[in-house]
Ligand binder design. Structure first.
Ligand SMILES: Nc1ncnc2c1ncn2[C@@H]1O[C@H](COP(=O)(O)OP(=O)(O)O)[C@@H](O)[C@H]1O
Ligand SMILES: [Mg+2]
Length: 247
């Protein structure tokens, strides 16, 4: 197991504060969410009439053909995209009405995101990339050092800590991307094909890490093409041509 959430991680704060999780209230709720791009005189829709609810503690897989809109949907869920229409409530907060600053604060506090193309910061070392989410929280430097050291160790990348992303293989960059997403024990992990560049043993370790974090209460939404990965989750949402398919 790569990473254990320590029982006394008070310095990280209560990830769900001030929102109170109840089993019935959705953590994420989308209604009539649409995303389109201008195309000629009209619009090309990449998401249509999306209505989904994800409850706290779920482990959901988003599946569907390439181009179906999976990454687009995950970026909206992760507050990385604000150019869409419709309604999205995250932890009871109406995201469609929130100013950018408040969206960003919610994102930094609650969401760990694994990008399909890693998005590591090129001018920061592996160590600094992984430390970044902790620096957004009020975690003391000494505690940050011990948390990052622990994660580097669990991910087997201690020897890479002073290298820059361009000095890593794709698989190593993907591991750093996953480490960065989990390091601050976020309430929600959103992962876009998080094992796409890993060999099967590493992929299984990442899925077991996700299962462990999910058992500890972390809500997880992953995009995957892998039935093996999807089997770690409790539910699949299928997208096709921008629509959610009936289950
Ligand atoms: N900037 C853009 N302009 C126009 N179309 C785009 C843009 N970005 C993404 N798309 C289109 O949106 C669709 C969904 O893309 P994406 O969400 O990345 O799909 P998936 O992750 O399911 O493979 C694709 O058809 C893609 O071409
Ligand atoms: Mg994608």
């Amino acid at each position: 197991m790569f990473f254990k959430r320590s029982a006394d991680s008070t310095a990280l704060g209560n990830a769900a504060e001030p929102w109170e999780a109840t089993p019935d209230a959705p953590l994420m709720s989308l209604r009539g969410v649409e995303k389109s791009f201008p195309a000629g005189a009209g619009q090309t829709f990449v998401l249509r009439r999306i209505a989904i609810d994800i409850k706290p503690g779920e482990f959901v897989s988003i599946m569907g053909p390439s181009g179906a809109g999976k990454s687009t949907l995950l970026h909206i869920l992760g507050l990385h995209d604000s150019a869409w229409s419709g309604e999205y409530a995250l932890m009871g907060q109406p995201i469609h009405k929130l100013p950018a600053k408040e969206r960003s604060a919610l994102q930094k506090r609650h969401i760990g995101f694994v990008f399909q193309s890693y998005h590591l910061l090129d001018n920061l070392t592996v160590y600094e990339n992984i430390e970044l989410p902790l620096s957004y929280r009020n975690v003391k430097k000494s505690e940050r050092q011990s948390i990052v050291a622990d994660v580097l160790d669990r991910f087997g990348i201690v020897a890479k800590k002073d290298l820059y992303p361009s000095q890593l293989s794709g698989g190593q960059q993907q591991l750093v991307g996953v480490a960065r997403a989990v390091v601050a024990s976020p309430a929600v992990i959103l992962a876009d094909e998080p094992t796409g560049n890993l060999h099967s043993g590493q992929a299984q370790e990442i899925m077991e890490l996700f299962r462990h974090l999910n058992q500890q209460g972390t809500t997880i939404v992953q995009v995957t093409h892998s039935e093996t990965n999807a089997a770690y989750g409790n539910r699949v949402i299928r997208l096709r041509d921008g629509f959610v398919e009936a289950p």
